[in-house]
Design a protein around this ligand. Structure first.
Ligand code: NAD
Ligand code: 44H
Length: 376
């Protein structure tokens, strides 16, 4: 079986690539980072360190790489022959993959079914990629392609930090992992996705993941950054920040229980488990990694604003989420393009103006009122 995976970064190597290789696939990583691609081709394997109560190390074999900047033809050829195509590049990069994926799918001519799964932290990222692919095709081309192509949405959960190491392919991961894939969108014979969990409807799973793991992470990162703290575990060691994380997760819990019928006690246990994951003493996860892309994270459908907006519209005051939105507007990392853009936007329009222009929420909305009061 052959898998093509776009993005040989942390989650690509540390989770999805490793899981697919374990399920028996030859994994061809596609990336724009030539050093990583060359190393994958020279070695054909890499090491994963799992750090928790117990430390284990395993080798992922049967992998290779293609530099998509230099060799689009090779990517198209790989897609032509793949059984599954996955991505972990960041939601903002997905539209840039669409043209190559469209060309690869057209070249298949229906030889066998193929499934595409975007593994990004966004609501229905695969559906977004599907729309971008459709835009690259004529109506007749799309009608042909959809006969043999499945686009399945997914939720992906494993903390994989940036770790400095002499071995540029080695990755360090936490023991926990969860890959949830929406089964009805898969095409072909029972699709082998190793340890993935197949579900009928992804909506509750992706919302619970994004509005618990990623909301809690965002609070720790932005509050930690503002307090001059370097790592997530150090942020959680502060009683004040831990209290803020729990506060925000109690706020999102209200939405998750209401919208998806999650059992409140089960959600509480899920929150406890996630806080313990953030506190993992063996993970050096920097607040800069977790806070990266603040404009995306302040998006109206993302981890902070979507639940805060819904609560504000019910006449409630999601204090911890509003505080974190305010902290996010203070986040700055000169190496992060979005953070530099955010700073410029705030210089131009002020914090409230930047917030309304990023989210598209009108100035008179109750959430904007709450944010304004916080500033005052
Ligand atoms: N790291 C985590 O803990 C984690 C966990 C769950 C989900 N995710 C999600 O996975 C995605 C990737 O995150 P990551 O942490 O692995 O980031 P990363 O920066 O480590 O990896 C992204 C990779 O994509 C590559 N890339 C960039 N543009 C590309 C292009 N045009 N074509 C091919 N490759 C390209 C980069 O060179 C890099 O190797 C994000 O959507 C993130 O939200 C990350
Ligand atoms: O990847 P982002 O930038 O959307 O969010 C940063 C972290 O919260 C994220 O990478 C988590 O580590 C991950 O989602 C855990 O499953």
């Amino acid at each position: 079986m052959k898998a093509v995976h776009f993005g040989a970064g942390n989650i690509g190597r540390g989770f999805i690539g490793a899981l697919l290789a374990d399920a028996g696939y030859h994994v061809q990583f596609v990336d724009v980072n030539d050093t990583v691609i060359q190393a994958l081709n020279e070695r054909g394997s890499y090491t994963v360190h799992v750090v928790g109560e117990e430390h284990t190390t395993f080798t992922v074999d049967n992998v290779s790489g293609i530099n998509s900047k230099e060799n689009e033809g090779a990517v198209i050829e790989a897609i032509q022959d793949a059984d599954v195509i996955t991505t972990a590049v960041g939601p903002h990069i997905l539209p840039m993959l669409a043209s190559t994926i469209a060309k690869g799918l057209l070249a298949r001519k229906g030889v066998k079914p193929v499934n595409i799964i975007a593994c990004e932290n966004a609501i229905r990222a695969t559906s977004q990629l599907k729309e971008a692919v459709i835009e690259k095709l004529g109506q007749a081309e799309w009608e042909t392609i959809q006969e043999y192509t499945g686009f399945a949405d997914a939720a992906v959960d494993r903390i994989v930090p940036n770790v400095q190491s002499d071995d540029l392919l080695a990755v360090t991961v936490e023991p926990f992992f969860e890959w949830v894939v929406e089964e009805p969108s898969l095409i072909g014979d029972p699709v082998s996705l190793g340890e993935a969990k197949l579900v009928e409807d992804l909506a509750p799973f992706i919302e619970r993941k994004l509005f618990t793991v990623n909301t809690g992470h965002a609070v720790a990162s932005y509050a930690g950054f503002r307090a001059g703290i370097e790592t997530i575990k150090e942020a959680l060691a502060s009683d004040y920040i831990k209290h803020r994380v729990r506060g925000a997760l109690n706020e999102t819990k209200a939405i998750l229980v209401d919208d998806h019928g999650f059992d409140p006690d089960e959600q509480e246990a899920y929150i406890d488990k996630i806080i313990t994951r953030f506190e993992n003493p063996y993970l050096e996860d920097k607040v800069q990694r977790v806070g990266r892309g603040p404009i995306r994270k302040l998006g109206v459908k993302d981890r902070l604003v979507k639940p805060a907006k819904a609560l504000a519209e019910k006449g409630l005051h999601p204090e911890s989420l509003v505080e974190t939105i305010d902290d996010a507007l203070h986040f700055y990392d000169e190496t992060d393009e979005e953070s530099v853009k955010l700073k410029q936007l705030i210089e131009e329009k002020g914090k409230i103006g930047a917030f309304t222009s990023i989210t598209g929420i009108e100035d008179s909305h109750p959430l904007v009122e709450l944010l304004r009061k916080r500033h005052e």
